[in-house]
Write a protein that binds this ligand. Structure first.
Ligand SMILES: [Zn+2]
Length: 359
């Protein structure tokens, strides 16, 4: 049994000062590529499924793919996480299908488009946390609305993302409010709005502090050193992948992602989960384009998918190594969810605020 809760995994990451990439999955090839990379580097892994992934593959197929991954790699702790749950029902049905962690994104209303107010966010997130913790499942919350500080807009992905103009205040998590939010909801991890957004077009130039606000991470970390923070939209969109994609007929306009060194700074200040989807999509799509344009007679889907799996594996390996996740799997003994539930009931995981701020 190698399934692990997000809470246990991120506690371990904090203790040993590393970060864990969270890769999105929709199909078997992605599971195979990510798991091969985890095994090759001895890394614990977070596989996350969005609502879009659940409707694409179906809950039963997703659940069985993860069971397959567990059987193939019994030594790799796997956290199965619901990405951007829009309401309690989405989170609970994920738990029914074996997810060990859920994100309740109450920064948006249940339509996954309309920015919500703080009170709504606290109440829906606390509702989910109370239920999930009863069965030992972890919860990620979000405070502040994800979107670009350059354009003042959210970037919808898989039908999830804010619509309309967002103010600077909405786009940056307020550190004091973050402390209050975590205390009121008891979330295990907090997604922070700091200028990262979903999709390939994150920044129109190499980001600096004006458009990628790492100072928010630092300020929250100071107030709550034990809090696990989550960076969404944290693909680096490497230049060479953009070029590879375009060399074989792709038409992606020049873009900048989150530089690796900025992610490493985040990890230094309490970021423990780093969400990466665009890079994985781009690596696979570039490999598929290459086969399609260099071997036009090819019609066996496996000829397209095999190099795509390899490209994904290489990308994931590089992230595991860069974030310090590599070599950690063997150090972790997954705690059963029933035991996690007892810990929650006993208050073991209640939020801790830095002494100077505890008043
Ligand atoms: Zn996200």
């Amino acid at each position: 049994m190698a399934r692990i809760s997000l809470r246990q995994l991120l506690d371990h990451a904090a203790e040993r000062h590393y970060g864990v990439p969270a890769f999105n999955i929709n199909n078997m090839e992605q599971v195979l590529g990510i798991m091969a990379a985890a095994a090759a580097t001895d890394s614990p892994v977070i596989l996350q499924a969005s609502r879009g992934a659940r409707s694409y593959a179906g809950d039963v197929m997703l659940a069985k793919m993860i069971e397959g991954a567990e059987a193939m790699y019994p030594d790799i702790p796997i956290c199965l996480h619901q990405d951007h749950g829009n309401d309690a029902g989405t989170c609970l049905s994920a738990i029914q299908h074996g997810f060990t962690s859920v994100m309740m994104d109450g920064s948006l209303r249940a339509d996954a488009k309309t920015p919500a107010d703080y009170e709504y966010n606290v109440s829906v997130t606390r509702h989910v946390t109370e239920m999930a913790h009863l069965v030992g499942v972890s919860v990620e919350g979000e405070l502040g609305v994800l979107g670009s500080l350059e354009t003042g807009k959210g970037e919808a992905e898989d039908g999830h993302g804010a619509e309309g103009a967002l103010s600077h205040d909405q786009l940056l998590t307020d550190p004091d409010q973050a402390v209050a939010f975590v205390r009121e909801t008891k979330v295990d991890a907090l997604a922070v709005a700091m200028g990262t957004s979903h999709g390939a077009h994150k920044f129109s130039r190499k980001p600096d502090g004006a458009i990628l606000a790492l100072h928010v991470i630092r300020a929250i970390h100071e107030k709550m050193p034990a809090l696990h923070m989550v960076m969404h939209g944290s693909s680096s969109v490497p230049q060479e992948l953009q070029e590879e994609f375009n060399r074989f007929g792709g038409e992606m306009t020049q873009t900048w992602g989150v530089p690796l060194e900025e992610i490493l700074t985040g990890i230094k200040y309490g970021v423990r989960k780093v969400n990466i989807d665009t890079d994985c999509r781009l690596a696979m799509a570039a490999a598929i384009r290459k086969v399609a344009s260099t071997n036009k007679a090819e019609f066996d889907p496996r000829a397209f998918m095999k190099p795509a799996i390899t490209a994904l594996k290489d990308l994931c390996k590089a992230r595991f190594e860069a974030f310090g996740t590599a070599g950690q799997a063997a150090r972790i003994m997954p705690i059963p969810l029933s035991q996690m539930a007892r810990h929650y009931a006993a208050g073991t995981y209640d939020p801790v605020v830095a002494v100077a701020n505890a008043a």
